[in-house]
Design a protein around this ligand. Structure first.
Ligand code: PRP
Length: 210
């Protein structure tokens, strides 16, 4: 019998879409969709265990081997550069990492540009490449608030529909990169559960191609 695969899924809206991809690939575990606070699920027949982790944490479960594979955003991979294999673009959770500011903002300051963000490394890389001195203000959420209340000049953040920017009187200025959900694998698991992981990837590819 094939080995069980431990899969770290992002909790929430993206997780439900991603679970749908695994289910369509024959790795269903219906309890995942039940309305409960459970975070750990197992389906003997499908040979899978699902862990529901905070979206910004799934790569930690995979990098450390608690999960064999998992799903994370390309933004997280760029920011934290975890030691994992990136196996596949799942084509969901498509968004952009942008620089945004209050409408009509002009970068005319002589000193460091104040940049509020969850993505300190992405922001630093972007502005280093332009030779612009910045002061990073690391926040964990509601980044759009920062320029509105004078905490920062600009933000570097994720934009999906653009609604949060519009509702807060802001606009995107530059796109740094396009991002989407990626299937990642622990490097040791990829060797020792190679048959299981590659069969799952193939099943996902086939089902996505339908
Ligand atoms: C993300 C992101 C933006 C928002 C963009 O926040 O940081 O705030 O979504 O989406 P939109 O373009 O569709 O409006 P998230 O919902 O993850 O919450 P957070 O503010 O706590 O990070």
């Amino acid at each position: 019998m094939s080995q069980m695969i431990n899969i770290a899924l992002p909790k929430g809206r993206l997780g439900e879409r991603v679970y749908g991809i695994f289910e369509a690939a024959g790795r269903g575990c219906p309890a995942v969709l039940e309305d409960s606070r459970k975070l750990f699920f197992e389906d003997e027949a499908s040979r899978v265990r699902y862990f529901l982790a905070k979206p910004s944490d799934t790569h930690i479960y995979v990098e450390r081997g608690a999960a064999d594979i998992g799903v994370t955003g390309k933004d997280i991979l760029l920011e934290y550069n975890p030691d994992v294999y990136e196996l596949m673009d799942l084509g969901v959770g498509v968004c952009r990492v942008v620089v945004a500011a209050k409408k009509n903002f002009e970068d005319e300051t002589d000193g460091a540009l104040r940049v509020a963000t969850k993505f300190a490394n992405i922001a630093r890389g972007y502005y280093d490449g332009r030779g612009r001195e910045i002061d990073i203000i690391k926040l964990s959420g509601s980044i759009e608030l920062a320029p509105m209340v004078g905490l920062s000049d600009v933000i570097v953040d994720i934009v999906e529909t653009g609604r949060t920017l519009i509702d807060n009187g802001m606009e995107p200025m530059q796109t740094i990169t396009d991002v989407s959900a990626r299937l990642i694998a622990n490097k040791v698991s990829y060797r020792f559960k190679h048959a299981e992981i590659t069969a799952l990837c193939e099943a996902i590819r086939r089902s996505m191609a339908k």
